[in-house]
Design a protein around this ligand. Sequence first.
Ligand code: GDP
Length: 442
Amino acid sequence: MIPTIFAPATAPGRGGVAIVRVSGPDAATALTSLGGRPLPEPRAAAVVRLSDPRDGEFLDQGLALWFPAPRSFTGEDVVEFHVHGGRAVVAGLIDALASLPGFRIAEPGEFSRRGFENGKFDLTAAEAIADLVDAETSAQRRQALRQMEGDLGRLYEDWRHRLMRGLAHLEADIDFPDEDLPDGVADQVRPVLEALIGELSAHLNDKHRGERLRDGIHIAIVGAPNAGKSSLLNALARREAAIVSERAGTTRDVVETHLDLGGYPVVLADTAGLREAADEIESEGIRRALDRAARADLKLAVFDAVTLPDLDAKTLAIVDDDTLVVLNKCDRAAVTLEVIGGRPVLAVSAVTGQGLPELLSALTAAVITRFEAPGVPALTRARHRTALEECRAALQRALLAPLPELAAEDVRIGIRALGRITGRVDVEDLLDVIFRDFCIGK
Ligand code: GDP
């Protein structure tokens, strides 16, 4: 017997309205035994006086919605109670629901899990729901919504179906060698596999665009000690209206600030100054700074205008196409330099604020051009990446396989890897594909 589950759907604490959701075979009982008798019209809000079924104590007057299966989020019978958002109201309602036989509080993610198991959405859409709940910037919201609407799931399902058709050709070659099949079945499969390897590679080779959007785009501030890195970080953080959060780094050498730049979540990291290390601790800090810079999506290389014409060689060495070059302290020295390390110079003063709006615009533009790729859904999770890499490796092996049996096995591995992403691991439907595509029995 499937238990009927319930849980508050809104955040704990005071609020205008709190929603408690109930899902499972006895959801209707929850409504009728708390006061919603007769059951209201499906999917229409009804005002109900809610009372504890044990002693009749009045709990609240609220709204109830009744979603009979399968037209609900979970695909089961679902009831939603919209009550006043006070702690005692919610606690009373939860307590009353817990007293009903066969009811228990939901585990984390259990509503979504039931929705997935009942075929309401695939795993990528379920993950997108979680991302949408976590979204803090508009770009994160857009990505989660696209994925929730099935963009990513459709892409992976399309690839899986193409592979299944390819496998059907291979299987036919193995199982029915004497049948009157067109010649060169393997030659028909080869271009399918090659095309898919190409598409998988393009999708995988996206600079972690989608994953970065979920976690934040990393920007490292690098430069010699006293160039003004910390001052710049503070100045940028103060100017940016929408700071998502701020947390000190766990080590003394990296401090992170979270910003929202043009809707993109950004993690701005101030690293230890690059210079000859005086001691071991400092050299470890510098090693981490360089490592951080190497892993960052973008870098801010900060030079000191006061020390011109000398340019810090260590900082100069890391300037590349993913670097914005900043010349700081331009309040103290006239800046005539326009290019450093082949990159245009942004002259700023962390102290007076001069040039900071331009720096923020340049930074925002760099972030946007780097991460916006309209029309192509982005890979969003390490879980997907692992499965896609596994699929690609299997297809590469299949291309080299000396026997069609071995190639077929590798293609099957590839299909399963893709199926794991969306949660459709069943390969039994392969037979349907064989007969639909080939009409072997005629
Ligand atoms: P960091 O070691 O690179 O993080 O440099 P700091 O941010 O600690 O700055 C080093 C020194 O330079 C401090 O005394 C700052 O007040 C000063 N400083 C930083 N930015 C500017 C600036 O734009 N103009 C001036 N005049 N001084 C600055």
